[in-house]
Design a protein around this ligand. Structure first.
Ligand SMILES: Cc1ncc(COP(=O)(O)O)c(C=O)c1O
Length: 419
C-alpha cells in the first residue's frame, strides 16, 4: 500500500475501504496479489454486470487486438462501431420501441453522458432550468454536480445548483404525499418562482442515494406531467440500466419512454463507454458541436457487442429476476432479524439495499465482510445502506456464500453494538 499512500491524491476512496492490492479477477471473484479470494458484491459500481474477464468478451478483445483493429477513432466510422450499433439496435432498442432514437457517443464516463444530456435538453427547449430530485446522483463534473444532491460532494466554492430546481423524489415526503402534485402546482402557478424547466432528470431507482425505488405509478405521472408542460424527461440509467433490475432499461416496468436516456458503466461490458439515446426531435446538435477525444471506445464496442448477445432472448432477464428475488428474500429476512435497529430492505432485481439507520453500523459491516472475503459497498446520504450490486452473472452458489458472509458480518457487528 506504500506506493498508493505516498503518491496518490487524497481524493482516493475505494483503496481506503478495501485496502488490499488486487491482481486478478474472474466472474464474480477478485484475487489480491497474495492469491486471497474475495466475492464481489460491488461489481465495479455497476460497470461489471457481465462479470470480470468473461471468456467470450476476452476472446473477442484479444482477436480484435491481434487483428490490429482500430482502437482510437474519435467519432469516425469503424467496423467495431457499426457492429456495436447494429447489435444495440437489433437486441435492445428496436424490440423496446426505441428504434428511431439517435445514439450519441460522448466521452466514456457516466458524467460525460449526463453533461451532454443536460446541454442538448436545454438547447432543444431553449430554457435553462432543469428539475432534479432529492438524493439523486448523476456524477461529479460541474454540470452533473449541479443536479447531484448529496452535500458530501459540494463545496461552497463551487458554482453549484445553478439553473436547477431540486424537487422531492417519490415518497420523500411520506407514503401518502404525491410529490408530482407538488410539482404540478409549482408549474401551474406563474408566481411559484420556478422557471419552466427544459427537462427533469431522474434515476428510476436512486442507487447512490440509498436504493430508493420510484413506484411505477409515480414514473407514469411524471411522464404525464412532462407531456402536459412540454418538459423533456431524462432517465439516467447509468447505474440501474443494462439489465440491473431485470429488463434492459429500468423504466420498462412503468411502460414509459423517456425523451433522453443516459447509459454508461455496463454498456461497455467492463470497458469505458457512454452513450446518450435521443428522441429524433431532441437531436438538435450541430455537427461537431459537442465533441470529445475519447468518444466511442472501439475496445468497448467489441466488448459490448459480445455482451449484448445475451439480450437476443429473455433468458438473461429471467435469470436476473430470479436471483434478484432470492437476494430480496434474504435481505428481507435480515431486516426482520434486526428490526430492533429499524432495519429495512428495499430494491428491485439485482440492486438491493439493507438500511440499518445506526451511524457507523453499515461501515463496520462492510469492513468485517471484507476481512472475511466479501467486497460490499454502502449507499445513502449517511452510508446507512448496505448495497448489493454484484455481477448479474454471479453463480447461485457464490451468491449464497457471499450472503452468508454478509449475514455473519452483520451478526458480529450487532453483538459488538449490543455489548
Ligand atoms: C446514476 C448515475 N449517473 C451518473 C454517474 C456518474 O458516472 P461516472 O462515475 O462514470 O462519471 C453515476 C455513477 O455512479 C451514477 O450512478
Amino acid at each position: 500500500m506504500k506506493t498508493f499512500d505516498k503518491h496518490e491524491s487524497e481524493v482516493r476512496g475505494y483503496v481506503r475501504s478495501f485496502p488490499e492490492v488486487f491482481d486478478r479477477s474472474k466472474g464474480s471473484l477478485i484475487f489480491d496479489e497474495e492469491g486471497n479470494r474475495f466475492i464481489d458484491f460491488f461489481g465495479g459500481a455497476g460497470a461489471l454486470n457481465y462479470g470480470h474477464n468473461d471468456d467470450a468478451i476476452n476472446e473477442a478483445l484479444i482477436e480484435y487486438i491481434k487483428h490490429e483493429g482500430i482502437q482510437h477513432g474519435l467519432d469516425k466510422a469503424t467496423v467495431a462501431k457499426r457492429d456495436f450499433i447494429d447489435t444495440l439496435y437489433k437486441n435492445v432498442m428496436e424490440p423496446r420501441g426505441l428504434g428511431d432514437y439517435k445514439i450519441q457517443f460522448t466521452g466514456p464516463t457516466g458524467t460525460n453522458a449526463v453533461e451532454a444530456a443536460l446541454k442538448v435538453a436545454r438547447k432543444a427547449k431553449n430554457r435553462s432550468n432543469v428539475i432534479s430530485f432529492t438524493n439523486g446522483f448523476h456524477g461529479l463534473s460541474m454540470g452533473s454536480l449541479s443536479i447531484t444532491a448529496n452535500s458530501v460532494y459540494h463545496d461552497p466554492a463551487y458554482p453549484q445548483f445553478s439553473n436547477v430546481t431540486q424537487a422531492p423524489f417519490d415518497q420523500y415526503l411520506g407514503e401518502d404525499y404525491d410529490t408530482i402534485d407538488y410539482l404540478r402546482r409549482l408549474l401551474e402557478d406563474k408566481s411559484s418562482g420556478m422557471q419552466l424547466p427544459a427537462a427533469v432528470i431522474l434515476e428510476t431507482i436512486q442507487a447512490e442515494g440509498g436504493i430508493n425505488v420510484a413506484s411505477e405509478e409515480w414514473l407514469r405521472s411524471l411522464r404525464k406531467l412532462c407531456d402536459d408542460f412540454d418538459i423533456l424527461m431524462i432517465v439516467d440509467d447509468i447505474q440501474v440500466g443494462n439489465g440491473r433490475t431485470g429488463p434492459f432499461f429500468s423504466f420498462e416496468r412503468a411502460g414509459i419512454k423517456p425523451d433522453i436516456i443516459t447509459l454508461s458503466k455496463s454498456i461497455g461490458a467492463g470497458q469505458p463507454m457512454a452513450v446518450v439515446l435521443l428522441k429524433p426531435e431532441v437531436d438538435v446538435w450541430e455537427p461537431g458541436e459537442h465533441t470529445g477525444t475519447f468518444r466511442g471506445n472501439n475496445l468497448a464496442f467489441v466488448a459490448s457487442r459480445t455482451a449484448l448477445k445475451r439480450w437476443e432472448d429473455d433468458a438473461f432477464q429471467k435469470s436476473v429476476e430470479a436471483k434478484g428475488e432470492y437476494i430480496a428474500e434474504r435481505f428481507q429476512k435480515l431486516a426482520e432479524k434486526y428490526s430492533d435497529l429499524n432495519a429495512e430492505a428495499r430494491g428491485l432485481g439485482m440492486i438491493q439495499g439493507l438500511e440499518i439507520p445506526v451511524d457507523g453500523f453499515a461501515d463496520k459491516v462492510s469492513e468485517e465482510a471484507f476481512k472475511n472475503g466479501l467486497i460490499i459497498e454502502l449507499a445513502g446520504a449517511e452510508d446507512h445502506v448496505i448495497k448489493f450490486l454484484g455481477p448479474l452473472v454471479i453463480e447461485q452458489e457464490i451468491l449464497e456464500e457471499g450472503l452468508d458472509i454478509l449475514e455473519k458480518a452483520i451478526d458480529t457487528v450487532y453483538q459488538q453494538h449490543k455489548g
